[in-house]
Design a protein around this ligand. Sequence first.
Ligand code: OAD
Length: 258
Amino acid sequence: MSEGKGIERGKIEKIDKIREIASEIKKSSYTTVLTGAGISAESGIPTFRGKDGLWNKYRPEELATPQAFARDPKLVWEWYAWRMKLVFSKKPNPAHEILAKLEEMGLIKSIITQNVDDLHERAGSRNVIHLHGKLRDVICSSCSYKTEAEEILDKTIPPRCPECDSFLRPGVVWFGESLPPDELNKAFSEAERSDLILVIGTSAVVQPAASIPLITKRKGGKIVEINPDSTPLTSIADISIRGKAGEVLTAVFDEIKL
Ligand code: OAD
């Protein structure tokens, strides 16, 4: 076979998969979405793994653990303040926007995200479950005080709690910490009642998030994966398409609208 014919066949296979994904979404009675850093990549927010990933440049144990915060709260805060400012300056991309439209059309019920940005909400999604917390939330490391990142970003770092004087910390889950139990339970129950889960832009290596699609599969539901690379989920996905979230979802949405 010539190279040209191989490329042609690849394109046809992709078009077929896009049609199949659109048909699965239309057929499904309850679709949930699991997203990871890859869905925000086209908004200009770096992912964690891979060539340009944050964990390629920075060491998570120095920046994203309770031990790192206890050792050097100023360093941890400087990194988070940089990420907060970066993320708050970015906008939702077509992938976020299409998921919000699909929710509005009743075609998806919820989004379970590992992302700490709020681009799903800013695109208009309502039912968003944040498994790893949010960069907009700032909490006290000792008492129940909570505030918003915008309130403290101009203040001296590391900021202190106005109620108990302990250090405030970003409201995100660090390595070695438990996930927020309410959010985790909601995510499990959404995955259980779903007959379709779209897994978009996650390397599927961080637990327990990576196991959530398996809950849907075990109950007889289907997994659709959208990612430019393969992941540990690829071999068990019912449909796995190689491509960027914005591009694939735009094509799927065009097909749904037909
Ligand atoms: P990763 O950085 O591990 O994976 C990002 C995934 O997105 C990879 O599989 C990429 O191939 C894919 N990707 C890149 N560009 C994409 C695009 N335009 N469209 C679709 N996919 C694209 O990010 P996560 O899987 O989200 O945890 O990482 C999981 C957790 O590990 C994060 O929530 C974070 C991190 O450590 C905490 O901070 C607790």
